[in-house]
Design a binder for this molecule. Sequence first.
Ligand SMILES: [Fe+2]
Length: 352
Amino acid sequence: MNSFVTLVSEILKKSGIKEGDKILILSCPGFEDKRPGKVRVPPPGYVTSLRLAAEFLGAKCTVIEVPDAVFFGTGVSLEEYSPSISEMMKKSDLLVNFPLFSKELMEALKSGARAITIHQDEEVHRRLFPIDERKKLSWAGAELLESAETIRVTTEHGTDLICEKKGRKAHCEYGMADEPGRWDNAAAGQVSCAPIEDSLNGKLVIGPGDGICHLCLVTEPIECTIKDGRIVKIEGGASAKLLSEWFAKWNDDRSYMISHIGWGTDPRANWTRGHVIDSAMDWEDYYGNLMLGFGRNTFNGAAKHCGFGDAKNDAPSHIDICIKTANFYLDGELVVSNNRMVHEKLKELEYT
Ligand SMILES: [Fe+2]
């Protein structure tokens, strides 16, 4: 896997891409500058490398470029901007880098298309390459989570949260869009679900060294009081002020409401790297972490363990908070603790 093109072709192979498949890539003029990563890939650049990788495998590849605001979901919808794009999406085998919460993507997944996000730095995709071990562990975690009715999480810093999830789908990401109707993120290793939104109650303490994706590495405890699914009070020092200001800017009560809760499944994720290069995947995937999202969760794929089912929060915002070490209980049984899988069905699938 010497070049970025070769690396991407190996990633696409993990999503089952083969000769003759139809791949549709979405891009925008600001893709290189505004994607999560900071390091540009060598010429011919990111999007052309994606196309060359697909063509290397014999796929028929089309690249569509829309304005930044459409691509990043802050302008008009895809279909409004580009009528009939939904039909193209539905007739594609694999969609690359389409906005996750867009209704066009969910409709295409329902039609059997698959979708994958590939937009991290090359080094992150290389280190967090989708491997079968990650899939097995993430899938087994989702199976456990799907059948559970209650979740409790605790940490040494004082987090103690409970919520209900009966009837809610469990979601996992392992980096392969390998089933019809499945979206995934090539660098992801995670298990999560959207709890019954108003059932979450307790205290969330984001401790020193924990991370808030694309906002900060926390330097002193942030104490969040959560009542009936919403953060109702944020207390602490400078980090708490940053977080409070981030929430306030949306001026929307739904931004404070829980989105998802789960844990990371990739021992190759590197917490320090996550901070140094602002790599959210290194925090989100971090082995046995506690990851909570607040804000929008209305995403559902047609495939099993893809999406949040009938989740209800349609906030305009989304933020991920990663607690490095926690205890995760399902129906009172300890499943993840001290950054290790402790449930017997997960323990046997641990990998390095
Ligand atoms: Fe999230």
